[in-house]
Design a protein around this ligand. Structure first.
Ligand SMILES: *Cc1c(COP(=O)(O)O)cnc(C)c1O
Length: 383
């Protein structure tokens, strides 16, 4: 099946006697048993038919063997870390999602697991930090919010030469734009709170794997730790997935228009978007992904100017997260990435991140235009 077809063509209700065309929500904790026959389901923590449909669907979209859904992206990442044992070592991208950094720095040490952060755009630098105990290499590409691109294929080869798992957090682009398992990743992670759910109405997380042995371990962890996504949330996630392509194609088109607008604007110092032809890793990005995504970051050169822009915009809600239907604006240093200690953040304080929704590009551009104009005038007045 091709990409648009597979979003909506799947069995919505396996074994359902009424052949429901929308997946039934099995809102039940328990299932009746037979004394001498095994029922496919017994307890929702261990398995639920609504969850199985969405897990199969996401595994199919990521070209994996098996999918798992969790009650948040962080629960998915925590389950990934469950593959590790005391004494193991992790290598991860330097500009990681703040919550992932917190997990590495404040939860893993208690389990006797160490980690090293490295610029994963630099293959030699990554090669240099492998230890005999390294079991996992975890990256995000593009990174958030600076949109640095790491080479998925080369890093996969490097991880496997060192007998480590290679995991890619694919939240930023979703399988609609990038399929890391096809490029050598063993494990794909998502915060499904973002593009996969797509409506800012659930928190959810995903793991997809290729290898049945890893799948078995993740299934054990999901059941043992009780972090699977609840049936109603599974249903909302499944509904969101059906429009993944429609949403992302539109959001990306508008993001491209806005990136080009910001790029030529006099009051903007620097724009970060892999779709811009002068992005330093433009070619690598388009070798491994189909599109540039829906998030743009930019610097104004002044924290005060950035704050004024955020105060002045009307169509961009000041909010963390991305991948929702309405556009959002965020000051990463103060918001989404505040949990990373300042000395490690390496983010310009004036950096603004835009998450583009499905509004009219003209409206968004004129809103940014008036906010930039007003704030720049104000800034001059203050100076
Ligand atoms: C949001 C996010 C997470 C965490 O997911 P939650 O659903 O908020 O727990 C992990 N990785 C990335 C890249 C994210 O953007």
């Amino acid at each position: 099946m091709k990409k648009w077809t597979e979003l909506v063509q799947f069995d919505p209700s396996p074994n359902d006697p009424f052949r429901a065309n929308s997946t039934p929500i099995y809102q039940t904790a328990t299932f009746a048993q037979e004394i001498d026959e095994l029922n496919a389901y017994d307890y929702t923590r261990s398995g639920n038919p609504t969850r199985d449909v969405v897990q199969q669907q996401i595994a199919k979209l990521e070209k994996g063997q098996q999918g798992f859904v969790f009650n948040s992206g962080m629960a998915a990442l925590t389950s990934l870390m469950g593959l590790l044992e005391q004494g193991d070592h992790v290598i991860a991208s330097r500009d990681l999602y703040g919550g992932t950094h917190r997990l590495l720095s404040q939860r893993l040490p208690q389990r006797g697991i160490t980690y090293t952060l490295v610029d994963t755009t630099d293959i030699a630098a990554v090669a240099a930090v492998f230890l005999p105990t390294t079991r996992l290499l975890l990256i995000e590409t593009p990174s958030n919010p600076l949109q640095k691109i790491s080479d998925i294929q080369k890093l996969g080869t490097l991880a496997h030469e060192n007998k480590a798992y290679f995991a890619v957090d694919n939240t930023f682009l979703s399988p609609w734009l990038q399929k890391p398992l096809l490029l050598g990743a063993d494990i794909v992670i998502h915060s499904a709170t973002k593009h996969l759910g797509g409506h800012s109405d659930i928190t959810a997380g995903v793991i997809v794997v290729k290898d049945p042995k890893i799948a078995e371990k993740i299934a054990f962890i999901q059941n043992a730790e009780g972090t699977a996504l609840a049936p109603f949330e599974c249903w909302l996630l499944l509904r969101g997935l059906k429009t993944l392509g429609l949403r992302i194609e539109r959001q990306q088109q508008i993001a491209t228009d806005i990136a080009n607008y910001l790029k030529q604007h006099d009051f903007i110092k620097k724009v970060y978007y892999p779709g811009l032809i002068d992005h330093p890793h433009h070619d690598l990005h388009f070798y491994q992904a189909r599109g540039a995504g829906t998030v743009i970051s930019f610097e104004t050169g002044s924290l005060e100017l950035s704050k004024n822009i955020i105060r002045r915009v009307q169509l961009f809600t000041l909010s963390v997260s991305f991948g929702s239907l309405n556009s959002l604006i965020n000051l990463p240093c103060a918001m989404s990435h505040a949990s990373i200690p300042i000395e490690l953040r390496e983010l310009p304080a004036d950096l603004i991140r835009l998450s583009i929704g499905i509004e009219d590009a003209e409206d968004l551009i004129s809103d940014l235009g008036q906010a930039l104009q007003f704030s720049a005038m104000n800034n001059v007045a203050i100076a």
